[in-house]
Design a protein around this ligand. Sequence first.
Ligand SMILES: [Zn+2]
Length: 228
Amino acid sequence: MKRFLLCLTALLFLLPAIVFSEENPNPEMELGGNLFLINRDHPIGKDYYPHDLVEPRVLGGGEATRMRPEAAAALEEMFDAAKEEGLFLAAVSGYRSYGQQASIFDRKLQKVDRQTAQRTVAPPGCSEHQLGLAMDLGTKKEIRLTAAFGETPEGQWVAANAHRFGFIIRYKAEWEEITGYAFEPWHIRYVGKDHARNIFNWDIPLEEYIDRQLSPYVVAEDEGENTQ
Ligand SMILES: [Zn+2]
């Protein structure tokens, strides 16, 4: 009897923990979900590897531009829509492993000081390319990744339309304090159409959007541009 009571007491204590741990406010924010946040404050382990990577069938597509299937399909849709307007985007860099990112970061460190390197290149584990949800874009004529992409007709089209296909411009100049990165008009991140539309309308960085998702005060989607 005593043993039974002990077990019962233990169960009563454990039950809330079991129940609440199964509650997930937004599975999309979990690793593997479209809203998973990576930045310098939220690094990812070197072992994370998305096993479902595919090569998008787009200009420049291949081994170096692999993405997760949902993102790759959205990228194809976006490239086709741009093409219909006479604009030719090129895929430059998609999935990158922790090891590849470490090499890129080390190469940068050989050229510039650590502070400058950190502003422009993500340290290993801090790049969302490791998620298979990010793509660096160029054009048919120019695949070097520079701010000049933002001035091209293709870059301007991407800034105005990427959200229609589920992508966001991840690093804007005015968000540098929050994202920790300088302006990268060529870097797009897949989050899915609904979130991309909200983020575009509210014109906020992913960090702030995630905060709002976690907030107990849910912001209605139709509040749109009037919110803040
Ligand atoms: Zn990038």
